[in-house]
Design a protein around this ligand. Structure first.
Ligand SMILES: [Zn+2]
Ligand SMILES: [Zn+2]
Length: 629
């Protein structure tokens, strides 16, 4: 009898079964099957077939082969194999992310309701005609796409709308394609625009789909011809056959990293899949990631700058050295004028809550009892920890000296709201994560008719504000300089570029900083992205950060006072940083620690991870592995 390997959508590697002779003809790689497992019937996919006649008799036989055609192609199986090795993840869990279980068991669905068409407004970016070589570049891209050979092109764009305009041009001759967006809202908007402009079927895929919708969508993808999939990171794994183009919008976005196991990077998956399928991959961004730019520099990707060459200086540095107020006086003048001229200004601040509290008597900062980070005070009189999520009602006395007077240290968005209110006698519209979805949507509508809006990151990519503001004031960019994270400069650059997308063409962004001469601001003002990227890449090379070294972050969850096995300080060619105590929650475990593994060599890193996994398994410690953290 044939031996066949089956991937089941559970946390396991493939299992081997025998194929009874009567099912032999239907046994093809990618076919869904039902098999017995621990006295139950479970559903999976054939991933390998061994044609040598088997003498093994202790294997069970598969029960049935479902349907008439495979749900996955050989390339999809190859992708599962590759991801399993690269991300140290069971193949079963990757299958589960790739296809809903219900499709494997051919679940029957209720009859379909008619879809309502969404109303959208979309104005194509004028930049395509403004930019002198725009059309030439597009023709070149189209030629590359129609060649059906693998190539990744990194494209530097001006805005989300600019990216969408390029996509519409590129899709005109393409049958099957996947387009990734960092956020659900953007995916829905992009999908609606493509449907309207090209009159094509677009399937939206994201984690918020209802089960029935998800099954229906995936069924259509598996059968599909002429299908465009538009979605967030989970769309990078959809089992689309014969794709001819993959596109990633805002390829630099941290949202492409899956937060839970399997922790993959959707942009990297698209590039890998493009290579496996032998097709073009287009990475678009208003501020490309330095890793992608470096891939261009070493010849792995092509690069194309499609930003409009402009002499307009729309970035103003407000030097804050020696200034003691939270908002500079010049900025108040700008806000005053904005109100007078009935224009629109956004005050952007990357901090939730009101402020940190410090005891006036003993000068101690109120800290989180769990992890010792400073607690943030909120206007609803709670104290919250941004590090571990601890929350409690505000206190009346200092826990150290019982003092009763506190000073506010630093400013969150709620304190800025109050300051604006006091100084200017107006109530600005506030957009932050303290609002419910409904409140947020109402606030966005108000923001469009009010002169002053204050917002955190939450509003950064809201399509309501693309090209909307006359002034944007970025209050606290300097917090990026206090992070020990090697990506923080890159994040700041991307944040400012994204904010620029919310400006009118004639608009200005004002950056309040104590480090006006930091090269990051110089390159931003000159719109000189290559200089910025090369500078960052050189710094990472000196300090041997990724991509010059390979990294993995390992979190161990355990119970008891002491960690059950010893973590070495070094393993062959792999340095180990930590362990440090972290405060992540996981059911059944009370403690967690984290280590970082770093190596020049991917194989040594993989071996070290395998060894750590073995030690953890032996000591009943749960391990969470993140590659390229
Ligand atoms: Zn005190
Ligand atoms: Zn805490």
């Amino acid at each position: 009898m044939l031996k066949i390997d089956i991937i089941l959508p559970i946390s396991l590697q493939p299992l081997t079964y025998l194929c009874p002779p009567e099912l032999k003809d239907k046994a093809i790689i990618g076919m869904p099957v039902s098999v017995p497992l621990r006295n139950k019937t479970v559903y999976g996919v054939i991933c390998d077939i061994d044609i040598t006649d088997s003498k093994l008799t202790n294997l069970k036989e598969i029960i049935s082969i479902i349907g008439n055609s495979p749900v996955l192609t050989k390339n999809h199986i190859e992708l599962i194999n590759w991801m399993s090795g690269y991300y140290h993840c069971e193949k079963g869990l990757i299958l589960k992310s790739m296809i809903p279980d219900q499709i494997l068991s051919a679940k029957i669905l209720p009859a379909k309701r008619k879809n309502k068409l969404k109303k959208i407004t979309f104005e194509k970016s004028p930049i395509l005609s403004d930019y002198p070589t725009g059309h030439k570049q597009l023709e070149l891209f189209k030629e590359i796409v129609s060649n059906h050979r693998y190539k990744t092109i990194l494209v530097h764009c001006d805005s989300f709308i600019h990216q969408l305009s390029i996509i519409i041009e590129l899709l005109s001759d393409v049958k099957n394609a996947i387009i990734l967006c960092p956020e659900i809202e953007q995916a829905e908007y992009a999908g609606a625009v493509i449907e309207k402009m090209l009159n094509r079927r677009v399937l939206i895929v994201h984690s918020g789909l209802s089960l029935v919708k998800r099954i229906r969508t995936y069924n259509e993808i598996i059968d599909g011809k002429d299908i465009i999939v538009c979605g967030t990171l989970s769309a990078s794994l959809v089992p689309l056959k014969n794709p001819s183009l993959f596109i990633v919008i805002d390829e630099h976005s941290p949202n492409y990293k899956q937060e839970r196991h399997p922790r993959f990077n959707a942009r990297d998956i698209m590039v890998r899949r493009g290579f496996m399928e032998g097709i073009a991959v287009i990475l678009l961004s208003v501020s490309p990631s330095c890793v992608s730019y470096m891939n261009y520099q070493v010849g792995k990707y092509d690069f194309c700058d499609m930003t409009k060459v402009t002499l307009v200086q729309n970035l103003v540095i407000e030097n804050m050295s020696g200034v003691r107020t939270t908002i500079k006086k010049d900025v108040f003048n700008i806000l005053d004028k904005t109100i007078k001229d009935s224009r629109h200004a956004l005050i952007y601040i990357n901090k939730k809550g009101y402020s940190i509290l410090r005891c006036r008597d003993c000068e101690s900062v109120i800290e989180c009892p769990k992890c010792e980070s400073p607690l943030m005070f909120f206007a609803d009189t709670t104290l919250r920890c941004n590090n571990c999520g601890f929350t409690k009602k505000a206190i009346a006395n200092c826990p150290v000296c019982k003092g009763v007077t506190f000073d506010n240290i630093g400013s969150g968005i709620q304190r800025i709201e109050r300051l604006i209110n006091q100084k200017m006698r107006i109530i600005p519209v506030r957009l932050d994560s303290s609002l419910t979805m409904k409140e947020y949507n109402t606030a966005v509508k108000e923001a469009l008719i009010n002169p002053i809006v204050i917002a955190t990151r939450l509003a950064l990519n809201d399509k309501a504000f693309f090209g909307f503001f006359d002034h944007i004031i970025y209050l606290n960019p300097d917090i990026h300089f206090t992070f020990a994270d090697y990506l923080s400069n890159e994040r700041l650059y991307q944040e400012v570029r994204t904010l620029c997308g919310m400006l009118k063409d004639s608009g200005k962004i004002h950056i309040q900083t104590r480090f006006p001469r930091n090269p990051i601001f110089t390159t931003l003002r000159k719109r000189d992205y290559p200089s910025f990227a090369i500078n960052e890449i050189n710094k990472r090379n000196e300090l041997s950060y990724p991509p010059f070294s390979k990294m993995a972050s390992l979190v161990f969850y355990y119970n008891g006072q002491t960690f059950p096995f010893e973590i070495p300080e070094k393993m062959d060619d792999v340095s180990i940083l930590g362990p440090i105590t972290v405060y992540f929650n996981r059911k059944g475990y009370s403690r967690s620690i984290k280590i970082i593994l770093k190596s020049k060599d991917r194989n040594s890193l993989n071996q070290a991870i395998i060894n750590m996994k073995k030690s953890a398994d032996e000591s009943k410690v749960c391990i969470d592995i993140e590659i390229d953290p």
